[in-house]
Write a protein that binds this ligand. Structure first.
Ligand code: SF4
Ligand code: SF4
Length: 378
């Protein structure tokens, strides 16, 4: 296992993180009831991941039973507390005091007296960012917990558009960011660059599920990345970037770990095989009129909340790489009222034309939105 300094937090983290989002029955209500088979699943998964050298566990207040499951199993594993780091997260709250209480509750559930990392979970909207950073806002609750020695470094995760992410990073008040950035979604590259310049730790969220449903790739994608399986291609592409420190894998079965460990060799992460696969993917993607959308996001905001660049990206992946199941899975989640997938589907477009003069590629966005929606739901 390789370890990297997690920005300037003083921690050395394994390049894989054990995510705590997908434990067996982990989302079933009630969340304070911990079935025996869930506990056994967590025990097996943690034994495998910690045994392989993973030293960062990631969970959240909002991950169902996750904090409680970890709290029950961690003391039974016989591993010294200093041999692993724990990150938890909590959704933004209106006040600092409420966030401070979230930290206390995380500690109680996890059965720990200190968390090396704590994040605001989902700074997704303008209102989230403004209220978190305001005097008396929830970030102050984490900073208070930090002064009290309850948490080490403070960071955030987000599904926000790139400009808002850049603003949050540029505030200088976060030591790390949990980022959505993958080979198949690269708009957040400026966020990665700014985080690197500021010495922040960077954790990549869900690289293979939200990063492309790569556990079950379509034949066309397999062909283009061969001899590397798409999971290896994506993980090696990410790990080749020195500003990326760890990839969070939501392992739900101990056997799943072997696939990921295969991404770690041979070194370097980017060699002739990876470059050739990348060229084939680029050539396949360029062969589509939708390739002219550069994902610049200048068309936003759309008054109807249509998630224009993301929608075009998904359509492009479906058309050129056969990633239709992934495109439909993500498209279905768009909902302007949802904090986690902010943005509307293409059928919300009412042809107002506002986006047209802002698009540097002069794309016929309203027409494309009609076509894409028909393709996604058809
Ligand atoms: S034309 Fe459609 S996509 Fe463009 S800004 Fe108007 S509603 Fe949004
Ligand atoms: S402005 Fe045009 S090129 Fe940029 S993301 Fe929007 S549609 Fe794509």
């Amino acid at each position: 296992m390789e370890y990297r300094p997690f920005g300037t937090t003083g921690l050395a983290v394994s390049v894989f993180t054990q995510g705590g989002m997908r434990f067996l029955h982990g989302w079933d209500a009630p969340h304070d009831v911990l079935p025996d088979d869930s506990l056994e699943n967590v025990r097996q998964v943690l034994n495998a991941s910690l045994g392989a050298g993973i030293n960062l566990l990631e969970t959240a207040r909002g991950y169902g039973k996750s904090e409680r499951l970890l709290g029950r199993i961690l003391p039974t594993l016989g591993r010294p507390r200093e041999s692993f780091h724990v990150m938890s997260k909590a959704s933004p709250t209106p006040t600092a005091g409420e966030m401070r209480r979230n930290v206390e509750e995380s500690l109680q559930r996890l059965g720990l007296s200190f968390l090396e990392l704590y994040a605001l979970h989902g700074l997704n909207t303008r209102a989230d960012v403004d209220s978190a950073l305001a005097p008396g806002g929830c970030l102050e609750g984490l900073e208070q917990a930090q002064r009290e020695g309850l948490v080490g470094a403070v960071g955030f995760s987000s599904h926000a558009p790139t400009p808002l992410l850049l603003e949050a990073v540029a505030s200088g008040r976060f030591a790390f960011v949990n980022l959505h950035y993958y080979f198949f979604k690269r708009e957040n590259r400026p966020v990665l660059d700014l985080a690197a310049a500021l010495g922040m730790g960077v954790l990549i969220l869900s690289p293979n599920d939200k990063g492309g449903l790569l556990y079950d790739p379509p034949p066309r994608l397999r062909q283009l990345t061969a001899p590397l399986p798409p999971v290896h291609f994506n993980e090696r592409w990410l790990l080749a970037h020195p500003a990326i420190h760890t990839l969070s894998l939501g392992l739900s079965e101990p056997d799943h770990l072997a696939l990921h460990l295969g991404s770690l060799t041979p070194l370097p992460y980017r060699g002739a095989t990876e470059e050739a696969a990348e060229k084939r993917l680029a050539a396949a993607q360029e062969a589509s009129p939708l390739a002219s959308c550069g994902g610049c996001q200048a068309c936003l905001p759309c008054p109807r909340g249509v998630a224009i660049p993301d929608i075009l990206r998904l359509r492009h992946l479906s058309e050129t790489l056969g990633m239709t199941a992934f495109a439909r899975y993500r498209y279905e989640l768009f909902d302007p009222a949802d904090r986690w997938m902010p943005g509307g589907k293409a059928n919300r477009c009412d042809d107002c034309g506002d986006c047209l003069p802002r698009c540097p590629r002069r794309l016929a966005i309203p027409t494309l939105m009609r076509q894409v929606h028909a393709g996604m739901v058809g």
